[in-house]
Design a protein around this ligand. Structure first.
Ligand code: SF4
Ligand code: SF4
Length: 449
């Protein structure tokens, strides 16, 4: 069960506001549709990643890599600048663990000093029931980033309790219950990889939650004691810490920067009439009497890389082709002969519309006039963010194609019917018998066999 005491104070109020905003965003985004397309959906079964109006396909995974690189650099940049801002203020682990703890305290009747001496069994059971219900809601929204929440709700309405969507939902809810209700900050302490490498991102100029050793020590055992530092050794900063550490022992890897000890200690300083900030957001340099330098080489390097990744992403979006085209030559037969004696090659065109609008494209070839394109459907309608596969033939006179043993280069192109000039092209080759007579004899031999 919970152990950390609740705390009140200015940082607690700010964090509650931040939590509310973040949860609202997290809950609203999976439901948002723009012209029928989800705002954010990592749709793995259909191999489409909807990210704020952009539909990314598996062939373009470098976009996702660019987004991940940008987020990682942002994490490095803000950690170097202001410590574990992410962990204390924005990480879902912290945000939801806070919510789950608040639910438990409300049901179990905690006071400002902690839990009641005895918590009735029904209150304990009710806490778990409430956690499971909230996990259902949180799980729906977290899974909603991978599976449409409309689909999940639809499955529930139709009683499809055995479907894959329901399985995802139940798994998501179970994970939320296990993590936010039971594991809680143990995850931050022992499992989170970020905690392991944050120490290399921080330096003495980074802003962190720190105890002013010079001001606080030596600790006074009694508040009335005249001699000694400002710390009265009340232990409140330890009692409110969700990771069970004593910040007075210096910076520790387990500290998630949640600021609860700042609020607790400020409350004590208020009561004993001492200045606030014995524990506060500060750099270790400032505690050593040096000026805090915000602009340092590592901050500048991370900042420049972050801006470069954002600009790179923008440039990649601008240069992105709205359509992808792959041309595959039929490999089962090199060429065929038509009834009128012409040589024919079969091709398959794989077309993918990366835009959110339907389009119609005309298929054409760039080749000498003796080549002729034959397509079953032309122009070709391609639905928004959809794929179309089209089979086409190219026919040519045999004597005209016998000039190149490696084949004659031809280029396929698709031109947007609504916006002429908007084109995409891919190269391929046209194969024909090197010498028409050899091919004829070869076919005659085969007929004789
Ligand atoms: S809350 Fe403040 S006064 Fe109390 S033990 Fe911690 S640092 Fe000392
Ligand atoms: S030491 Fe303070 S800031 Fe760090 S985790 Fe504990 S309460 Fe939060």
């Amino acid at each position: 069960m919970l152990s950390a005491r609740p705390v009140e104070g200015r940082f607690r109020r700010l964090r509650s506001i931040a939590n509310t905003i973040l949860i609202a965003i997290l809950f609203v985004v999976p439901w948002v549709r723009i012209r029928g397309e989800p705002l954010v959906l990592l749709d793995i079964p259909h191999r489409k990643f909807h990210v704020f109006g952009l539909v990314i396909f598996p062939q373009e995974l470098f976009f996702l890599w660019l987004i991940l690189a940008g987020l990682t650099l942002a994490l490095f940049f803000f950690t170097a600048l202001a410590g574990r801002l992410w962990c204390g203020w924005a990480c879902p682990q912290t945000v939801f663990t806070d919510v789950y703890a608040a639910i438990a305290r409300r049901i179990q009747g905690w006071t400002r000093t902690g839990p009641p001496r005895h918590v009735a069994l029904w209150r304990r059971v009710a806490t778990h029931v409430a956690w499971i219900a909230v996990s259902g809601i949180v799980g729906l929204h977290l899974v909603g980033y991978f599976r449409s929440p409309y689909e999940l709700i639809g499955a529930l309405r139709h009683g499809d309790l055995a479907g894959a969507s329901m399985g995802f939902w139940i798994a998501g809810a179970a994970l939320c219950y296990l993590d936010f209700a039971l594991v809680r900050q143990t995850f931050c302490k022992y499992l989170c990889p970020y905690a392991r490498f944050q120490s290399v991102l921080l330096d003495s100029d980074s802003l962190v939650v720190a105890y002013d050793l010079e001001r606080g020590e030596p600790r006074r055992k009694k508040r009335a004691e005249r001699k000694g530092g400002d710390c009265v050794d009340c232990g409140l900063c330890v009692a409110v810490c969700p990771t069970d550490i004593d910040i007075r022992k210096g910076m520790q890897m387990e500290c998630i920067g949640c600021t609860q000890c700042i609020d607790a200690c400020d409350g004590v300083m208020n009561r004993i009439g001492r200045p606030l900030g014995l524990i506060g957001y500060r750099s270790l340099a400032s505690l050593e009497g040096r000026r805090t330098r915000l602009l340092r080489p590592r901050v500048v390097i991370y900042g420049v890389l972050l801006v470069a990744s954002v600009l790179g992403f923008g440039a990649a979006i601008v240069a992105r082709e709205p359509l992808s085209l792959e041309v595959e030559r039929n490999r089962t037969s090199l060429y065929q002969r038509s009834a009128d004696g012409r040589i024919g090659n079969a091709y398959t065109l794989h077309v993918q519309n990366r835009e959110r609008q339907d389009h119609v494209y005309r298929i054409g070839i760039d080749a000498p006039a003796r080549f002729q394109l034959v397509a079953g459907v032309n122009p070709l309608p391609i639905p928004a963010t959809g794929d179309v596969t089209a089979s086409v033939f190219v026919l040519a006179q045999p004597d005209a194609t016998a000039e190149d043993e490696d084949g004659t280069p031809i280029r396929f192109h698709l031109e947007n019917v609504e916006r002429p000039g908007r084109k995409i092209a891919r190269d391929s080759t046209f194969l024909a018998p090197a010498h028409e007579t050899d091919a004829t004899h070869h076919e005659e031999d085969r007929d004789a066999d």
